[in-house]
Design a protein around this ligand. Structure first.
Ligand code: ADP
Length: 446
């Protein structure tokens, strides 16, 4: 096993990885930007290295600085967390070339699955259902219009290199199609340096259901109980739960086996998530693969008791995943709330000093966060402050617990998404598990 691991990330996920490493008896090395000197991850780790100025491009995305920090501290491996360089094949490759273990898949697997068009093709080849649309990048506006007409509007244009809810445009009307296509392709070129777009049928009222997998070097792939992540704003997740109220054991098995088949075809190693859309008839369609740990991994940990970060580290060190086989059935129900520093109505970021802070506790409540009273949330990064995760014997108990936990949480000095969650928890459709990716607008919650 590794003796020392560097975490190429910040905030809550860096704190989460430090915790996993400490339990494994592995020393942790934090990196921080000049804006993050006071951030909890830099204080908690066994060692900390400043890697540059506040803008991420000069610090958390600076491959040279990260590798230098790993070399100076004699780290053996790098955990990338999520975001920043976690899905950057070049980073994985440089780590490898420098003799560092990248805790994640190798660069070629990342390329194969990270490109949404390549992943869609692989899923199709594996016989996994995909939505109608194109398998190749769309060549020009005219042929794309003809295709969109054939699929019937609404359709969705997606950037091959998109992610995090960016690079997607829904088109409801043929007349809008050409201008939207042109601007989407230009935007994708600017944002990702890759203007390739593909076209997919847009489902009006689907659920987002995803399967966490873990794969070891010997080719064994296990799937975990699904997560439902339908509560979103602007195609970004806000609340996630496991298991999904819409998934039966037989559907779970079908989706899980599809995910495993895909990852076996890719000869995958490490943690990944295969994302699907589930329609109102219970049919599911492959959407994309994330080749890293996800923000919402704790709900899976809470219903299975498996520490997914520790499993990632163990797999990267060459260990087998067989011992996890016995722990793949969901026990109870877990819900995660993403506490963002933002206005709960407009979603405008709200950085600033946290003047008062009280976290909830008690049975079935977990808080993953880097926040402390007196900490100033810098404006440079993601607005995620914390994740409050509740667990109950069933969904109803988890909801009661969530209401109790969120109503006694105090975060002063910055606005947070907590008031929005309290409204969701009091919503009758939510209580019934009647969810869709358009839940917030359909229920007039925002
Ligand atoms: P990203 O990589 O940016 O997260 P995804 O492909 O995972 O993008 O899609 C994010 C969200 O966008 C989904 O959870 C869903 O709400 C919506 N979405 C994506 N494709 C479709 C589609 N074909 N029909 C309806 N909604 C979609």
């Amino acid at each position: 096993m590794f003796k020392k691991v560097l975490i190429a990330n910040r905030g809550e996920i860096a704190v989460r990885v430090i915790a996993a490493l400490r339990e494994m008896g592995i020393r942790s090395v934090a990196v921080y930007s000049e804006a993050d000197r006071e951030c909890l991850h830099a204080r908690l780790a066994d060692e900390s290295v400043c890697i540059g100025p506040p803008p991420a491009i000069q610090s958390y995305l600076n491959i040279q600085a990260l590798i230098a920090a790993a070399e100076v501290t004699q780290s053996e491996a790098i955990h990338p967390g999520y975001g920043f360089l976690a899905e950057n094949p070049r980073f994985a490759e440089v780590c490898h070339d420098c003799g560092l273990v990248f805790i994640g898949p190798d660069a070629s697997m990342m390329e194969k699955l990270g490109d949404k068009i390549a992943a869609r093709n692989l899923a199709h080849k594996a016989g996994i259902p995909i939505l109608g649309g194109t398998l190749d990048p769309v060549a020009d506006a005219r042929s794309a219009t003809a295709l969109a007409r054939k699929l019937r509007f609404p359709v969705i244009l997606k950037a091959a290199a998109g992610g995090g809810g960016r690079g997607m445009r829904v088109v409801t009307d043929e007349r809008e199609f050409e201008p939207v296509f042109l601007s989407a392709s230009e935007e994708a070129e600017k944002a990702f340096g890759d203007g390739r777009l593909y076209l997919e049928k847009y489902l009006e009222n689907p659920r987002h259901v995803e399967i966490q997998i873990m794969a070891d070097r010997k080719g064994e792939v296990l799937y975990f109980p699904e997560r439902e992540c339908s509560i979103q704003r602007r195609h970004q997740k806000l609340l996630e739960e496991s298991p999904s109220p819409a998934v039966t054991p037989s559907l779970r098995k079908k989706m899980g086996e599809c995910a495993v088949k895909l990852m076996k075809m890719a000869h995958y190693e490490g943690a990944a998530t295969v994302e699907f859309l589930l329609d109102e008839d219970g049919l599911f369609y492959f959407m994309e693969v994330n080749t890293r740990i996800q923000v919402e991994h704790p709900v899976t940990e809470e219903v299975t008791g498996v520490d997914l970060i520790q499993a990632q580290v163990a797999v990267a060190a060459g260990e087998r995943i067989a011992p996890l086989r016995k722990r793949l059935q969901p026990l109870g129900h877990a819900i995660e709330f993403r506490i963002n520093a933002e206005d709960p109505k407009t979603f405008v970021p709200s950085p600033g000093k946290v003047t008062g802070l009280v976290w909830p506790g008690g049975p079935g409540v977990r808080v993953d966060s880097h926040l402390y009273a007196g900490y100033t949330v810098p404006p440079h990064y993601d607005s995620l402050l914390a994740k409050i995760i509740v667990r109950g014997a069933d969904r109803a108990e988890a909801i009661r617990r969530a209401r109790r936990a969120l109503s006694c949480t105090v975060v002063e000095g910055v606005k947070t998404s907590i008031p929005l969650f309290l409204r969701i928890l009091d919503n009758a459709a939510f209580a019934q598990g009647d969810l869709s990716t358009r839940f917030l607008e359909r229920q007039a919650i925002v």
